[in-house]
Design a protein around this ligand. Structure first.
Ligand code: GDP
Length: 455
């Protein structure tokens, strides 16, 4: 493999900046720009996992910076190839100069995600683990970082491998039985066959169910705050965000646009929109806001429906309760600091979680976090379990599941064992595509092109 190089630290000024070089000529290339002072050994003579202090210099021999060179010997490196990491001072100009020197010494620029791609191609990691590297970098909370790390350690890979292995041995047995029925092969136990398939089906279904939860925890759930004008939507948004994100005012319809922001509540991440009131309006600009908010409510994964307890409920409130009847929603009984003209029990009749708050006096936030976690089911989330983290993984597993269902239907419908085997083979293929053992070049390209350069 050609020797590649890139700045692996963030493209910003920092205390330290790292240039990573990987490939057959990585050590020889690094040696051309590095002169050690802490050792008389050349980089090639150094053992893997050891470091030397010295200087990096340009092709012309001009000293650019002090530097620590860290040597990794194949296959014991991130990429599985020889790797040298040059840790310099973290000035961007300086790092670019060092990188230029490394290119002049023979390395070529690494493409986005190429180090991780090489790790995959050299079988250091499977595709789920490679995708987990991207999730670790993107993680915004302790829980999502733990989930990504666990995937990087192979939690999903192991589960998929187990499921795949169990189908592969079933396929082998079925093939032997159909090809050589008269030979001395253990008689086929249909009940056992059905049992294995049912277990595989249940495991696939359970794993697929983790996708939504992972999305809520890592990506966030679209959340719409809706309700009549002046019930306190913007104030609630501010309570949740802890800062003035939207305008709070007495004039109806001031919140004309949908304001969006992401916040963490317990384990869950909410992608919040503060929407214009649901009131029918003559004002055209306000109407645009209102139609936007209705759309948001339709597509939202969670609705926070706000009601003002200091004013009698009106037609709009009842219409809202009807609209969200079949949606995942929390009903907010707001303005508890004022004297109420109706009781929260009224909302409880609608079979949804009700939270009493005073958005203005910032009372009820904890109860709201609890309700959000309960309604979304994020409290019991176990980041160390095998979890589906990407749409790609979900699609592969859905394919595997429908193939397993086909196999079961074929078995129960009395079709030939050949037909069962064909479906099982397709299921195994889907599993192997998920882990990358049989993924096409196009799929791997697609995954790595979303990585940053240097990773
Ligand atoms: P929106 O139109 O639904 O976004 O409502 P706003 O958040 O703009 O609030 C409308 C008015 O109600 C403002 O004067 C707020 O200060 C007031 N308000 C909001 N929440 C509360 C609350 O909990 N208690 C009291 N007393 N007033 C509130």
């Amino acid at each position: 493999m050609k020797t590649i190089a890139a700045i692996s630290t963030a493209p910003a000024v920092g205390g330290i900046g790292v240039i990573r070089i990987s490939g057959d000529e990585a050590i020889a290339t690094a040696q051309k720009v590095f002169r050690a002072v802490s050792t008389t050994k050349s980089l090639a003579q150094m053992q893997g996992y050891t470091a030397a202090f010295g200087y990096v210099h340009s092709a012309g021999g001009q000293i650019l910076d002090e530097c620590v060179a860290l040597v990794f010997k194949a296959p014991h490196s991130y990429t599985g190839e020889d790797v040298v990491e040059l840790s310099c001072h973290g000035g961007l100009f300086l790092l670019k100069k060092v990188l230029e020197a490394v290119f002049a010494a023979g390395a070529i620029p690494a493409e986005a995600g190429e180090f991780t791609k090489r790790a995959f191609l050299n079988k250091k990691i499977d595709l789920t683990e490679a995708e987990a590297v991207a999730s670790i970098i993107a993680a915004q909370s302790e829980t999502s970082a733990a989930a990504a790390m666990s995937a990087k350690e192979g939690a999903l890979f192991q589960k998929i491998s187990e499921m795949s292995d169990s189908l592969v041995s079933l396929c082998a047995h079925l093939a032997a039985w159909t090809d050589y029925p008269e030979d001395d092969i253990q008689a086929l136990d249909y009940a056992h066959l059905e049992d294995v398939l049912r277990t595989a089906q249940a495991e696939c279904e359970a794993l697929l169910a983790t996708f939504d939860m992972t999305q809520i925890i890592c990506e966030g759930v679209e959340t719409a705050i809706i309700g009549r004008t002046n019930v306190g939507k913007s104030s609630l948004m501010n309570l949740i965000c802890g800062e003035q994100k939207s305008i709070v005012t007495d004039i109806a319809g001031t919140t004309r646009d949908v304001v969006e922001t992401s916040v963490r509540m317990g384990n869950a991440v909410l992608k919040l929109s503060d929407t214009a009131g649901l009131r029918e309006s003559e004002d055209t600009i306000e109407q645009i806001g209102i139609s936007l908010s209705k759309k948001k409510a339709e597509s939202a994964g969670l609705i926070l429906a706000v009601f003002d307890c200091s004013k009698p409920l009106g037609e709009d409130d009842f219409a809202l309760l009807e609209t969200i009847k079949n949606k995942r929603a929390i009903l907010i009984y707001n303005k508890t600091d004022l004297s109420a003209v109706w009781e929260p029990d009224f909302l409880e009749k609608y079979g949804k979680t009700v939270v009493t708050v005073s958005a203005k006096s910032r009372v009820g936030y904890e109860a709201l976090v609890n309700a959000v976690e309960e309604v979304l089911g994020t409290k019991e989330f176990n980041p160390y379990a095998p979890l589906l983290a990407t749409e790609r993984q979900k699609q592969c597993l859905s394919t595997a599941l429908s193939c397993i269902r086909e196999a079961l239907a074929a078995l129960q419908g009395g079709l030939t064992l050949d037909a069962v085997n064909v479906s099982l083979d397709a299921a195994v293929n889907a599993f192997l595509e998920l882990t990358g053992e049989r993924a096409t070049e196009k799929i791997t390209e697609e995954i790595f092109k979303h990585f940053c350069v240097g990773k």
